[in-house]
Design a protein around this ligand. Sequence first.
Ligand code: ATP
Ligand code: MG
Length: 180
Amino acid sequence: MYLKSLTLRGFKSFASATTLRLEPGITTVVGPNGSGKSNVVDALAWVMGEQGAKSLRGGKMDDVIFAGTSSRPALGRAEVSLTVDNHDGALPIDYTEVTIKRTMFRNGGSEYSLNGDTCRLLDIQELLSDSGIGREMHVIVGQGQLDTVLHAGPEERRGLIEEAAGILKHRKRKEKALRK
Ligand code: ATP
Ligand code: MG
């Protein structure tokens, strides 16, 4: 399974539809400051169901919708779709290619779809959580966090690794159980 393409339209600085085609392996996004590199990462988290405006570096959820520039009016909706190659069947669904899409309207309301069919956020979360790229399973190390990771002491570093591996919540549960 790998991320095959990501299309943004009206999402943050990406007013016009923009598609990034990805290959298996490592992808690097390069560009000048303020050109939208982090916005691409935000789009990835958003389409997978991210619900926190802060995680998306905004104050409120509709901050993800293109707010307009001096030469271009603001838009009324943001759309992001993510296509995943599923030839290895890592996603428990009978398709070799899976496209999830999220749309948000400025007057409130969000819509999700799975291969073109409208679905609930829960359907997307369940599909992804079984595959290791779900909301709590993927790991995004934000800008400025890299220093923290590199300079972390052994305890702190262990915590970060445990969180990435999804162990942290089990350890917390265990500690809670032992306290009883
Ligand atoms: P750096 O190299 O400094 O980290 P970057 O390439 O990561 O930069 P981003 O943070 O992705 O840059 O993009 C910032 C730009 O996105 C800013 O110019 C900001 O005005 C623009 N932007 C963010 N949200 C919106 C929005 N809702 N509408 C229009 N533009 C937006
Ligand atoms: Mg950035």
